[in-house]
Design a protein around this ligand. Structure first.
Ligand SMILES: [Zn+2]
Length: 176
């Protein structure tokens, strides 16, 4: 797998770094403890931009890269992988998530998602639900190669997510 590590961060300054053109970040984060410091955000964003170059998107030409930061510091990347049978297409975010889980990593700290849109694209609903299986909340950094960044949280992008706990509770009650 393609793995790299992000240097451990010190503090977690909120809204650090330049707020230049295109930097229309929306901060819906729960609190400072959930935010990464600027160096780690930059490294994660760069990994997502790099992963985007490996996208297999001959049909849509819409290349997406993702970089998922695991709690052990590992960064697992993913790109979208299209198929001539369109419905088989897998998004970059789920590629990264499935790679991580299949390698035994289930706890995540943040994800960066790269597209080349002036206003970096948000993850699709399917990917939001897939991430919600493993994280109640997660900082989501939407970036593009030009350096724009928008910041969201998973909880803000998918309110009322269907959680594994709900299914497990239903099954437990049904068994009694
Ligand atoms: Zn998706």
């Amino acid at each position: 797998m393609s793995a790299a590590t992000v240097p451990p961060g010190g503090g977690s300054p909120r809204e650090a770094g330049p707020g230049g053109a295109g930097d229309d970040r929306v901060s819906d984060m729960g609190g400072p403890e959930t935010e990464l410091d600027e160096a780690r955000i930059a490294a994660l964003s760069a990994a997502a931009v790099d992963a985007r170059q490996r996208a297999w998107a001959p049909y849509s030409r819409f290349q997406v890269g993702a970089a998922l930061l695991c709690d052990d510091g590992t960064v697992v990347t993913g790109c979208n992988v299209e198929n001539a049978s369109y419905g088989l297409t897998v998004c970059a975010e789920r590629t990264a998530l499935l790679k991580a889980v299949s390698d035994g990593r289930r706890r995540f700290v943040a994800i960066a998602i790269a597209t080349d849109m002036p206003e970096p694209a948000t993850p699709c609903g399917m990917c939001r639900q897939a991430m919600a299986e493993f994280a109640d909340d997660l900082p989501i950094y939407l970036v593009n190669p030009a350096g724009a960044r928008r910041t969201f949280s998973l909880a803000a992008l998918l309110p009322g997510a269907f959680k594994p706990e709900a299914l497990l509770q239903w099954q437990a009650e049904r068994a009694t």
